[in-house]
Design a protein around this ligand. Structure first.
Ligand code: NAP
Length: 492
């Protein structure tokens, strides 16, 4: 049966959906809603193209450190991944290919940011940046987490006369090869950039504020023969997906939420990796004073080799200010530069804001989340009926394949949507009591995680609470299996 035929028969086919964001999770929502026979779905995207983080980030060396064969939609296997951890470009091309194959690319309303969502007791009114207002029954936000770049608050930043940009806004009109490049930060991004640049840069000054633990992970090419075998046998891709997911879930993901034995293995691998740095002085500078995996663990089997290249200088003196032609450190030295890149991370706690969200009785999301971002099972917020979020607060980011997480969250959201579509409720939202209980459980469970073992990281919110999932994968799978309708307020 075609989607058009299905839409005439399925209950709730007249429901109007707004999907906000056309990154990995917004695309998923659009595809799944269409597949379920809902014909009235508008997809709003603030930027001029799809792909979210894989559109924004184009820096040298960009790849995903989740294995590609599990970093894909379950319904769209890809036999052609070039590497175990494929490049950012390849991931973007994969997403673009899926969008074309499922016919959603042409339906995305690009350059159409949503400024405001307001519930009037029956429907949601969405106002675009251009000032137009449209009405929807159900809103799904898929606005990502690592979206808004943070520039460092350093004196003189605007004085620098050469090219200066954030790592997620790479300016490819300036060639860095053979030049003197400054790179601020030593997170996952900066480590990938350093590794990629070391062989061809004139000189790279890597400004490190805090050393990082780096676990060595090989990134082999996938042989042609293996790609062909996978293409011929989709079941093989499924088994590979399951195998990789299982390995992730039973090793690293357990290590961070309290499995001491697994954490000890991670620590040992990091320490052995660090020991490969030959110069004791450099090794000392690269040695963290906190537990491995407290900050987002860096995965690279090449960083230490590359940071030891004569083209790279690790600068650990504090940056005092930025000047016309370089960076001045606290020891008085001026590091002269042709280009300066800030790999200084993202504002990870805004979620869909600064979009204004006004729920039942004029209650705003800004007020609701003034103290902390509290959602029920990451997908909904009390007082905001028929308003759902993919990869909302306390989603398991970083521990698993985020595409898998989005698929599980959206499957759960679909079951709530069914309640509306099938006429069992006009409004559905998590109850206050269930949301408070969920967040109290999260708070308790966080004490056993590595994220609160004493370091600063973007995982922690302004109160020092990790915005993460503090349990293992089984618990997530269990919670996402079926909505507990007793935890929801349903009004007809
Ligand atoms: P990040 O992890 O937040 O790192 C930001 C870096 O900038 C830190 O080293 C930080 O130092 C430094 N910094 C910030 N402000 C500074 C200042 N004023 N002066 C000096 N240094 C400053 O950002 P990111 O590297 O872009 O990574 C963000 C997240 O994106 C990662 O954690 C990961 O989840 C994701 N990511 C994933 C991949 C992947 O392969 N899957 C690749 C890249 C990024 P401190 O440590 O001292 O704060």
């Amino acid at each position: 049966m075609s989607v058009a035929e299905q839409s005439q028969t399925r209950p709730g086919a007249d429901l109007r959906f707004a999907v906000i964001g056309a990154g990995m999770s917004g695309m998923l929502a659009a595809i799944k809603l269409e597949e379920a026979g809902f014909p009235h779905v508008e997809i709003f995207e603030k930027a001029g193209d799809l792909g979210g983080t894989w559109r924004d980030n184009t820096y040298p060396g960009l790849s995903c450190d989740v294995p590609s064969h599990v970093y894909r939609y379950r319904f769209a296997p890809n036999p052609n991944w070039s590497h175990r951890f494929s490049s950012g470009r390849e991931i973007w091309e994969y997403l673009d290919g899926v969008a074309r194959e499922y016919g959603i690319r042409d339906r995305i309303r690009f350059n159409t940011g949503i400024d405001r969502c307001e519930y009037d007791g029956a429907v949601w009114h969405l106002t675009t940046e251009g000032g137009e207002t449209e009405t929807f029954d159900i809103v799904i936000t898929a606005t990502g987490v690592l979206r808004d770049p943070v520039m460092p608050d350093i004196d003189g930043l605007d004085d620098f006369e050469g090219p200066l940009f954030h790592s997620s806004r790479w300016d490819h009109s300036h060639d860095w090869r053979g030049k003197r490049v400054g790179l601020i930060g030593t997170g996952s991004t900066a480590i990938q950039i350093t590794t990629a640049m070391a062989d061809e840069v004139g000189k790279l000054s890597l400004f490190q504020r805090t050393p990082q633990w780096v676990v060595p992970v090989e990134n082999p090419e996938i042989p042609e023969q293996e790609k062909q075998a996978l293409a011929k046998d989709p079941a093989r891709m499924d088994s590979l997906y399951d195998y990789l997911a299982d390995r992730f879930q039973n090793t690293f993901a357990r290590a961070v939420v309290g499995d001491k034995e697994e954490l000890a293995k991670v620590e040992k691998a990091c320490e052995e990796n660090l020991a490969t740095v030959r110069d004791p002085e450099l090794r000392a500078k690269l040695t963290p004073d906190y537990q491995a995996a407290c900050k987002r663990l860096i995965m690279s089997d090449r960083f230490y080799e590359q940071v030891q290249k004569p083209t790279v200088e690790l600068v650990t003196d504090r940056i005092e200010r930025i000047e016309v032609n370089g960076v001045r450190t606290a020891d008085g030295r001026l590091h002269e530069l042709d280009m300066l890149v800030c790999a200084t991370g993202f504002e990870a706690h805004k979620f869909m804001r600064p979009m204004q969200v006004i729920g039942r009785d004029g209650h705003t999301l800004d007020d609701e989340w003034a103290e902390a971002n509290r959602a029920y099972r990451s997908i909904g917020v009390p007082g905001f009926p028929n308003f759902f979020t993919i990869v909302g607060p306390n989603s398991p980011i970083g521990n698993f394949s985020l595409i898998m997480i989005s698929e599980m969250q959206f499957a759960y959201i679909m079951k709530l949507i069914d309640q509306i579509a099938e006429g069992r409720a006009r409004e559905i939202e998590p109850s206050r009591e269930a949301t408070d209980r969920f967040n109290a459980d999260i708070k308790d469970a966080m004490t056993g995680t590595v994220w609160v073992s004493g370091c600063s990281s973007w995982y922690l919110d302004k109160n020092g609470n990790p915005a993460m999932w503090p349990w293992d994968f089984e618990r997530f799978a269990d919670e996402m299996a079926e909505p507990d309708l007793g935890d929801f307020r349903m009004a007809s």
